[in-house]
Design a protein around this ligand. Structure first.
Ligand code: SF4
Ligand code: SF4
Length: 193
């Protein structure tokens, strides 16, 4: 017996590959079986009921690690901005969409807890790819990505978010899926921020 029997009888090998010839009782039986299988799937879906989500009235929870619009943070006790204008986030950004201009804190004008603060902090969200590198690069947890994603605009300029916009609470709150089900373990950089 050859190691490759199909080489000895190629016609038979081709017939096996093609399957039964069309027509005849076996073909009708197979077609009937496949139709029944399809109908079973169809009726199972009908019994499940409608699954349409009435967006935007109905909000589907986003996953806990979903990366949406950025947020800048303040210290809760003092109210100082956490950002010290170091520009590490801008250096880490692969889309080059963060602009930071730092200035010195003075006794009369203390904005952050460090020596300097971000006088200008802008993110061009039309270029952002929501990779989260800025959040990872920040040594002070000053910037995080939230779960807001309805940020489309008619004008590109409106997609440039200023520091005041990023410091403000999000305009829309979105439900977040259960962390215990979808986010284990929580990365350390998210657990405290
Ligand atoms: S999420 Fe990524 S692309 Fe967007 S600003 Fe941060 S580093 Fe840049
Ligand atoms: S957000 Fe963080 S990394 Fe970016 S400038 Fe401010 S302190 Fe530096």
């Amino acid at each position: 017996m050859s190691e490759f029997p199909y080489l000895e009888n190629p016609e038979e090998a081709i017939a096996v590959q093609r399957g039964p010839a069309p027509g005849g009782p076996s073909s009708a039986y197979r077609t009937f079986g496949e139709t029944l299988r399809g109908m079973k799937t169809t009726f199972a879906r009908i019994l499940e009921g409608p699954v349409t989500i009435q967006y935007p009235e109905q909000k589907t929870p986003v996953y806990p690690r979903f990366r949406g619009r950025h947020k800048l943070h303040r210290f809760e006790d003092t109210g100082y901005e956490k950002c010290v204008g170091c520009s590490l986030c801008a250096a880490a950004c692969p889309a080059d969409c963060i602009r930071v201009v730092a200035a010195e804190n003075t006794p009369d004008n203390r904005v952050s807890a460090g020596e300097r603060y971000a006088r200008i902090y802008e993110i061009n969200l039309s270029r952002c790819i929501f990779c989260g590198y800025c959040e990872l690069a920040c040594p002070f947890d000053a910037i995080t990505l939230g779960n807001e994603f309805e940020i489309s605009e008619h004008n590109r300029d409106d997609q440039i978010y200023t520091k005041d916009m990023l410091l403000s609470p999000p305009v829309k709150e979105w439900p977040v899926a259960d962390r215990d089900l979808f986010d284990t373990p929580i990365p350390f950089y998210k657990s405290d921020s």
